[in-house]
Design a protein around this ligand. Structure first.
Ligand SMILES: [Zn+2]
Length: 294
């Protein structure tokens, strides 16, 4: 299996979640072995995708260099994971990726418009060799060895519209588009009011999130899936694993996970070279895994 970039540069404009202002996102092909590089065009600063570039995980996953950062990269990265993209330049005219409809489906359409170009070098992935887990009270996130890439997530909210939800998901590009990509982020009206009083989440609306009051979903159109909340958590986890710059061959599972736990998980993974290896996909001799990117 070979590395992938896109065929041609494409762009999209959307609202940034925090500032509420339009942001232009442009993606450009890159040579084999270049990796994934973000570029802030408004300040001419490059930010390579790497767990070492992560500067904040409180509300979203944020990467940065010095004082310049780019927020909410996880939804876009989940699509790079699903499409198996290895090399890409992501040009952002501001400090956040546009939120679009709160899911990843617009970014799938953007990659479809760009087209995928297969490159001349072999694709490398992270193969999990030893189980790694991080926890915080009852919350945990874990990576374990597996012949497949799969994601299992469980959430438990006291809210009547969410409650306990779990979803077991075996990765493929097609199943990502059908089962995960359309799942939207969600927020509670009382939190949004508080954030907006602090000039945060100014772009948040029922057009780009599932909104909830104390009892119910506020969006007139309702939910896209009965368990849209936990599906979105898997979308986030895929994006957060892609911060490593690689697809991961292994089983991810989490209870009440978060961007913060996901970041600690990848840091712990990389803290010991016994935990993983970065291998060319051919060496795995696992044709069913290669087929997942078709
Ligand atoms: Zn999210």
């Amino acid at each position: 299996m070979l590395q992938r970039t896109i065929n041609k540069a494409v762009e999209v404009v959307g609202i940034g979640l925090h500032k509420g202002k339009p942001v232009r996102l442009r993606i450009e092909p890159m040579d084999a072995d270049s990796g994934i590089i973000f570029y802030r065009s408004d300040v001419a600063v490059s930010i390579p995708l790497s767990i070492d570039s992560v500067v904040d995980t409180t509300m979203a996953t944020v990467i940065g260099v010095g004082v310049n950062s780019i927020s909410t990269i996880e939804h876009f990265l989940s699509v790079l994971y699903a499409y198996g993209i290895d090399n890409l330049r992501i040009v952002v005219q501001g400090d956040e990726i546009p939120v679009m409809d709160g899911s990843a489906i617009s970014f799938c359409l953007l990659l479809d418009e760009a087209g995928i170009r297969v490159q001349e070098k072999s694709k490398k992935v992270i193969r999990i060799k030893k189980s790694v887990e991080v926890s915080d009270g009852k919350r945990f996130a874990r990576l374990e060895p597996s012949q497949e890439a799969s994601f299992n997530f469980e959430i438990d909210f006291s809210h009547p519209a969410i409650q306990t939800q779990s979803f077991e998901y075996t990765f493929s590009k097609i199943s990502f588009i059908e089962e995960i990509a359309r799942a939207r982020t969600f927020g509670f009206a009382k939190d949004i009011q508080y954030l907006q009083s602090r000039d945060l989440a100014l772009g948040a609306s029922l057009k780009n999130a599932i909104g909830l009051d104390d009892r119910k979903v506020l969006n007139n159109e309702g939910l896209r899936f009965d368990n849209e909340f936990v599906r979105h958590k898997i979308l986030d986890a895929m994006g957060d694993m892609m911060v490593t710059g690689y697809n991961i061959l292994g089983r991810y599972s989490a209870f009440a996970g978060s961007h913060k736990l996901n970041h600690h998980l990848t840091k712990k993974l990389f803290s010991d070279s016994e935990n993983y290896e970065i291998v060319s996909v051919e060496i795995l001799k696992n044709p069913s895994y290669e087929m997942k990117f078709a």
